[in-house]
Design a protein. Structure first.
Length: 287
């Protein structure tokens, strides 16, 4: 997909993203504390079932599960030399799941290291993006970023390598502050200036807590706005698992308010399932 094609798509309609990956894979048997990316390569069927269900529910873009497959994060599992093979396999699994009727985004996220040198980030993201491009992603998404430095590095890396659309979403507190310092409003402006094709928020909290944040981001940017929140705030059950209480219909009602406030691309993060995407597709028909 070209950047111009992306702009044309956003100009025509609200775009429906996918929902959660990790929380659904854990329900399907993925153990805690392992390298998710490696586990999916060894056990591809749960991911394929999930992404196929998202595509059937109406997702126009699914995120390949390449989330932390950069060498800085993979080093935590002794897999830093498998960046190319893991990213390539993960994109190919997603493509097999959804075919050619749904776009596949190469997914990049935080390294979790607030003190990482910019050049190290740039090098890590370039290596990851190169493998994703070889595997044939349609666009790139920097998501669940905790501060502005890492999505800046993703944008710089991507622009050295390709002309695909690059979307950036950060995780915020309910007041718009970022976990690595700063706020979403200044960060969104900066990422637009650096050439992001869309910016916004993901994970964070439930959609019921984000109206003011979305309204104020919309005032600061001219590019498309992404909202991909959790299914409400979780409570932890007796087994230590997060339980999300917001159902699909309630989730969609709150997303409608965020679309009215200026969101252009919507989906779900932790706790959401294909049923939530079905509700967003129904919602889309009213616009």
């Amino acid at each position: 997909m070209t950047r111009e094609e992306f702009r044309e798509l956003i100009g025509r309609e609200i775009v429906i993203l996918d929902g959660a990956t990790g929380s659904n894979l854990m329900k399907a048997g993925m153990p805690k504390g392992i390298c998710t990316e490696k586990w999916i390569c060894e056990n591809p069927q749960p991911l394929m079932n999930l992404q196929s269900a998202y595509q059937q529910a109406g997702s126009q873009i699914v995120y390949a599960p390449t989330f932390s497959a950069n060498k800085i994060s993979l080093a935590n599992h002794g897999l830093e030399n498998q960046v190319h093979s893991l990213n390539k396999q993960l994109v190919e699994i997603s493509r097999s799941a959804v075919g050619e009727n749904c776009m596949v985004a190469g997914d990049l996220t935080t390294t979790g290291k607030q003190d990482a040198e910019y050049e190290a980030l740039l090098d890590a993201y370039k290596e990851q993006i190169e493998a994703q491009l070889e595997a044939g992603v349609d666009l790139l998404v920097a998501e669940t970023m905790l501060g502005v430095t890492e999505p800046m590095a993703v944008l710089d890396a991507a622009r050295e390598l390709c002309s695909l659309p690059v979307l950036c979403t950060l995780t915020v507190e309910s007041d718009g502050s970022l976990f690595f310092g700063g706020n979403i409003y200044d960060s969104a402006e900066l990422l637009e200036e650096m050439g992001a094709d869309a910016v916004g928020i993901n994970c964070s909290t439930g959609p019921d807590q984000l109206l003011s944040v979305v309204e104020n981001i919309r005032k600061r940017i001219h590019i498309p706005l992404i909202v991909k929140p959790n299914a409400g705030n979780p409570v932890i059950d007796a087994m230590g698992n997060p339980v999300y209480s917001m159902g699909a219909e309630e989730f969609a009602r709150h997303i409608k308010r965020l679309i009215d406030a200026g969101a252009n691309l919507v989906g779900g993060c932790c706790g959401t399932t294909p049923a939530y995407i079905e509700q967003l597709v129904k919602l889309k028909s009213s616009f």
